[in-house]
Write a protein that binds this ligand. Structure first.
Ligand SMILES: Cc1ncc(COP(=O)(O)O)c(C=O)c1O
Length: 396
């Protein structure tokens, strides 16, 4: 039977595929260590469970309002006022089933067939497929030469009359790099000059380490209010990936359309999960902070171990929970007589030889790299890095 061109163009998520392969080997009794998954290993804050339990006992099992329960939209509005000093009306907020569908809904609301969306590579896998799903055209601006911070001139050169939006993610999955205020202002100025949307995905904004500071573009340029759609959620900040709650906010007109789209798509996100997210946002700040501290310590641990290994280099991550490791010096060389042609073969050999799963950079439009998630326990980091070190030492 015929399948649509749209769906035939879609590739499955490479990160989830790596994780699935690692789980498959584990199920066969192999001692696999996976640095593939992009999710905290902690469990959600107790307040999430308490609010969810209460919601169930109170029988909150009916369709919730499409854009989210009022209490949660209010809590999000309060959060943005306290954290960033921004005034976001609850009516401008749409809660959905994770941040992922909110990005797609935003793209669907602003991209016409053939419109271009600028992605800054390395870029998260799902952006690529979601732009395709929205019938948009991907335009990649590579940031590798400039330490993963976009060169403004190159971004401007990529803009054409068909450009609808620039999609930005900071702290970044997969690099852990964050955009400084100056870069953000320059990108904001480009958006104004060329009348573009900015989709601003700050799902990792609470996971920022050391002296690094995260800015929201509207703090720096309030005049961007009519063109920024912000994406956030509780998945990473409160270890709530399985509850599937994310949200978007932006100018009222586009949010009304996103709400209309969601009303025909998923309807409102799961009622009980929304109450859980409310519990986490109201009372889970302490746990969230402890998780951030644990990630910060793990970052120090994994970076220290990686720094001592041969052949590789990496920028120290400023946020999120990934290290993006340059393995180009290993490519074209051999591991125990087996040629390592590219990052995919590197990852396959590493998994086969040492049972360590990492994601090939090609999945993020950055071949020659691997993404290592440090959202795993200290002991797992130590053992996994010992195996990676052993693997690298055998490459000649
Ligand atoms: C950059 C980025 N945005 C959005 C998401 C999706 O978050 P959620 O699990 O809430 O859908 C992820 C998850 O990996 C991510 O890395």
């Amino acid at each position: 039977m015929k399948l649509s061109r749209r769906i035939m163009a879609i590739q499955p998520s490479a990160t989830l595929a790596v994780d699935a392969k690692a789980k498959e080997l584990s199920a066969l009794g192999k001692d696999v260590i996976s640095f593939g998954a992009g999710e905290p290993d902690f469990i959600s804050p107790p307040a999430a469970f308490a609010y969810a339990r209460r919601a169930m006992e109170e029988g909150r099992t009916h369709y919730p309002p499409t854009p989210g329960i009022p209490e949660l939209r209010q809590a999000i509005s309060d959060y943005y006022r306290e954290r960033f000093g921004l005034t976001i009306a609850p009516a401008q907020i749409v809660v959905g089933c994770g941040a992922k569908p909110m990005i797609y809904e935003a793209l669907a609301a602003i991209v016409d067939p053939g419109d271009e969306v600028i992605l800054l590579a390395p870029t998260w896998v799902s952006y690529i497929e979601q732009v395709r799903l929205a019938d948009g055209k991907i335009v990649i601006v590579d940031t590798e030469k400039t330490n993963f911070i976009p060169a403004i001139r190159e971004v401007e050169q990529a803009i054409t009359p068909r450009t609808a939006a620039i999609l930005l993610n900071s702290p970044s999955n997969p690099t852990g790099v964050m955009y400084d205020a100056d870069t953000l202002k320059k990108i904001g100025a480009l958006a104004v000059k060329h009348d573009l949307w900015l989709i601003w995905d700050e799902i990792y904004e609470q996971l920022v380490y050391g002296d690094n500071r995260h800015f929201h573009p509207l703090q720096l340029m309030p005049e961007l209010a009519e063109r920024v759609i912000t994406i956030n959620g509780v998945s990473k900040s409160h270890a709530m990936t399985g509850w599937r709650i994310g949200y978007a906010f932006g100018p009222q007109e586009v949010m009304n359309k996103i709400n209309a789209l969601q009303s025909h798509f998923t309807s409102g996100a799961t009622s009980i999960a929304q109450w859980a997210a409310l519990g986490a946002m109201r009372e889970g700040g302490g746990e969230s902070q402890k998780m951030r501290e644990a990630f910060q310590a793990r970052r120090a641990l994994i970076c220290g171990l990686l720094a001592a290994m041969p052949h590789i280099s990496f920028p120290e991550p400023q946020g999120a929970f990934y290290v993006f490791v340059n393995i180009k010096n290993c490519l074209g060389k051999s591991y125990k007589g087996q040629l390592l042609k590219d990052d995919i073969e590197f990852c396959a050999s590493l998994l086969e030889a040492e049972l360590v799963a990492v994601v090939p950079g090609g999945a993020f439009f950055a071949p020659g790299y691997i993404r290592v998630s440090y959202a795993v326990a200290d002991g797992v980091i130590r053992e996994g890095m010992a195996r990676l070190g052993r693997f690298l030492a055998e490459i000649t």
